[in-house]
Design a protein around this ligand. Structure first.
Ligand code: FES
Length: 404
């Protein structure tokens, strides 16, 4: 600091100064020149000041109302999934937009209120300061506190209790609109779903859509066609559209890989079982979105297949040159989407774990420590690929109760 202001004040001298004097001293010490300063309402009981209070108050009040509306929608609006054509789908479809609109308006109103407050009540001021380096001395620290006090007083917030209450309440509620939805992510991963198994398993970490094979249902390896809803007579319909179809071994070329999903026999709507009026699309989408459902079907090249090493107890899990491994990385659960046919390596793009498809997908590089679980597969009497059973271990990353 290079100014000539006396900084050698004792604690007693500093204690004797008023806040105004300390604040003025602070600006001098910091080489701040106040070039222009004007109070917004220099005359007491100015009616314009009352109007300003009302305007700012309305904005904060709106912030509170929208935040309460958000919490009301979040807690009480019907949010359980409804499919196309089900009653209540229209009300359900409003859930997310309403959350977005009320949260946005709450934060926006609080923001407008804060901007209006600054424009209407904080004194207009232009100050210029020269830069300086080095650690702060006691006098600087004390004067900084005084300046902050001064700012608090000139903001007039201290005597505007109603506005301060509205601003504080609004800020807390607007903050809640961000924090409260996190509560919805807290789930019990061990709680079986009421109603039992479906293509997403029962919701626990131990099951997948393939677990249905245990219940005596034939589960095909479903190929994702990417089909979308079609427009008929002015509205979209999924009737007769199959997102998943059955596969035969010859559908995959040697050295190829395809992601497949569980397709229970009651949801099949292709080939000889096709009916144009059937509605299976939604069930197929649930299968595709099941968090532990995706499986990589790999067809090894014949020369490579002869070198394949089977895991003990899983010698019959493959069907000829076809191997099916869970796509969920055993590190922390990314999709291991890359298969390199030349080296027979499966690569997880998240942290570069590599798995050897010729050695029951055991990890050969990177942080993953367990092999990708293998799905037993075979072909049914009609020549379609099906699961010959469920995975014999949980898929995905480790969790506490796992033994391996
Ligand atoms: S999640 Fe696959 S390597 Fe980390």
């Amino acid at each position: 600091m290079s100014n000539n202001v006396n900084k050698k004040y004792t604690s007693q001298e500093l204690n004797a100064m008023s806040n105004d004097e300390l604040a003025r001293l602070g600006t001098e010490l910091d080489e701040v020149t106040v070039a222009y300063r004007k109070e917004r309402f220099p005359i007491a009981n100015d009616p314009a000041e009352k109007r300003a209070v009302n305007i700012v108050g309305v904005w904060f009040l709106l912030g509170i109302i929208f935040a309460v509306a958000f919490l009301g929608v979040y807690l009480f609006w019907p949010w359980h999934y409804k499919g196309l054509g089900e009653s209540g789908v229209w009300v359900y479809s409003l859930y997310t937009p309403l959350l977005g609109v009320t949260m946005g308006l709450s934060i926006l109103s609080m923001g407008f209120g804060a901007v209006q407050y600054v424009k209407k009540f904080i004194p207009e001021e232009i100050s210029v300061q020269r830069r300086h380096d080095g650690p702060s001395e006691e006098v600087d620290r004390r004067t900084l506190v005084a300046l902050l006090n001064d700012s608090w007083q000139t903001s007039t917030l201290g005597r505007r209790k109603v506005l301060m209450g509205l601003m504080g309440t609004g800020a807390v509620l607007a903050g809640l609109t961000i924090i409260a939805p996190l509560g919805g992510m807290v789930k019990n991963p061990w709680k079986p779903k009421a109603g039992g198994l479906d293509v997403q398993g029962d919701g626990t970490l131990w099951t997948t859509g393939w677990t249905l094979t245990k219940e005596g249902t034939k589960v095909y390896l479903g190929r994702d066609t990417g089909a979308l809803a079609e427009k008929h007579h002015g509205h979209y319909t999924t009737q007769g559209i199959s997102r998943l179809v059955r596969m035969r071994p010859e559908d995959l070329a040697a050295g190829g890989m395809e992601t497949v999903f569980p397709l229970p026999e009651e949801d099949v709507n292709d080939g000889d079982l096709y009916e144009s009026t059937r509605e299976v699309y939604e069930a197929h989408m649930h299968s595709i979105h099941g968090p532990r459902n995706s499986v990589m079907l790999i067809r090894l090249r014949s020369a490579d297949a002869s070198r394949a090493v089977q895991r003990q107890g899983q010698e019959d899990f493959h069907y000829g040159d076809y191997y099916a491994y869970s796509k969920i990385c055993t590190h922390i659960g990314c999709p291991t989407s890359l298969y390199e046919a030349q080296t027979n390596r499966i690569l997880c793009p998240c942290h570069q774990s590599q798995f050897d498809a010729l050695h029951y997908a055991k990890p050969v590089f990177g942080p993953a420590a367990r092999a990708l679980p293998q799905l037993p597969i075979t072909v049914d009497e009609e020549g379609y690929l099906i699961a010959a059973g469920d995975f014999v271990e949980p898929v995905g990353p480790a969790f506490w109760e796992r033994r391996s």
